[in-house]
Design a protein around this ligand. Structure first.
Ligand code: 13P
Ligand code: SF4
Length: 314
């Protein structure tokens, strides 16, 4: 047996042991495990439910188990707590935060609101609870255009993602004022990556996330949230796809479509903080009941109003 196969075998045995421990802890805590589409393959495989930000938020409103173990990043776990406050919500890794969500805080938003007092405030769910509390309505990448179209105001202050803001601006007739935040991961995707990949696979549809820059979005066949991409590849008659979002989604796509081929447009599409969660961190979190999400009630109630308006928009 080669050294490579021995270490693969050890790794596999270790993963199986950790998976068994997680199953045992799930029963002990009466917990459910939810995971975002960007999580590591072995984490997606032990989750009760995987999805995009919108699906996970909806799912968490229905959870009846005592504990929600959230495998994703901080704002997603906060959404779960905001929407279902009587449950204990544990974040799967203490340092799993979204860098984009940290580009704005409550003071920043209050200052921008003073500058544009007539504008409605739409905040991407990739924000801390305090920012949601200061907003009129939330949105995700799956429903941003629909949410903005439901608003009576013509002027929209859109925070914090400038690229999603630009995408909404070209899809609606509203005047969008973008806040200058961005995703550190999707920013790595450049038009030249698409042009090169298209040379090798001219027939393959290019799917990108709306967090990508405008000059990237221009070259895409479809601009979709992560779960919308998963649905698109299932329903499409194409057999090869070029994917412009975080690499974790390819595991789900490949699992659901074993006979189709998926290429990541650049290997740089990896979200470092999403990848901090491992089977080991999930075991530690559950054993020690740590990284519990706690949101002051006054903020939670206002943040929930913004999330509820989003969910009501469909
Ligand atoms: P989705 O809601 O499309 O899954 O996106 C979440 C996210 O953080 C994208 O970077
Ligand atoms: Fe945040 Fe970008 Fe990572 Fe999504 S991919 S969690 S927006 S840093």
């Amino acid at each position: 047996m080669t050294t490579a196969t021995i270490s693969e075998e050890i790794l596999q045995r270790e993963q199986t042991e950790l998976q068994e421990m997680i199953l045992h802890l799930k029963k002990k805590l009466n917990a459910v495990i939810v995971a975002h589409n960007y999580q590591r393959p072995e984490v997606q495989d032990i989750a009760d439910f995987i999805g995009d930000s919108l699906e996970l938020a909806r799912k968490c409103t229905q959870v009846e188990a005592d504990v929600i173990v959230f495998c994703g990043v901080d704002f997603m776990a906060e959404n779960a707590k905001i929407l279902n406050p009587s449950r204990i919500v544990l974040l799967s890794e203490g340092r799993a935060f979204c860098p984009m969500a940290q580009m704005i805080d409550g003071d920043d938003l209050r200052e921008w609101k003073e500058r544009y007092p007539q504008a409605a405030v739409v905040c991407y769910v990739n924000t801390p609870a305090v920012v949601k509390a200061e907003s009129d309505v939330c949105c995700t990448s799956a429903n941003a255009v629909r949410v903005v179209e439901t608003l009576p105001q013509e002027e929209i202050l859109f925070v914090p993602d400038q690229h999603l803001a630009h995408f909404v601006a070209i899809k609606t007739k509203k005047r969008i004022i973008p806040y200058p935040g961005y995703c550190i991961t999707h920013r790595r995707l450049k038009p030249e990556h698409i042009l090169l990949a298209k040379q090798a696979h001219p027939e393959a549809p290019v799917l990108v996330h709306p967090e990508c820059a405008a000059e990237v979005v221009e070259h895409a066949d479809a601009v979709l949230s992560t779960s919308q991409m998963a649905r698109y590849v299932k329903e499409s008659s194409a057999t090869t796809f070029l994917i412009g979002t975080e690499m974790g989604l390819l595991h789900r796509m490949q699992k659901e479509n074993p006979h189709k081929l998926f290429y990541l447009l650049t290997p740089g599409l990896i979200c470092p903080t999403m990848k901090r969660t491992t089977l080991r961190t999930i075991v530690d979190t559950m054993e020690k009941r740590q990284h519990e999400i706690d949101i002051p009630e006054a903020i939670r109630v206002r943040a929930k109003a913004a999330l509820d308006r989003m969910l009501a928009a469909g």
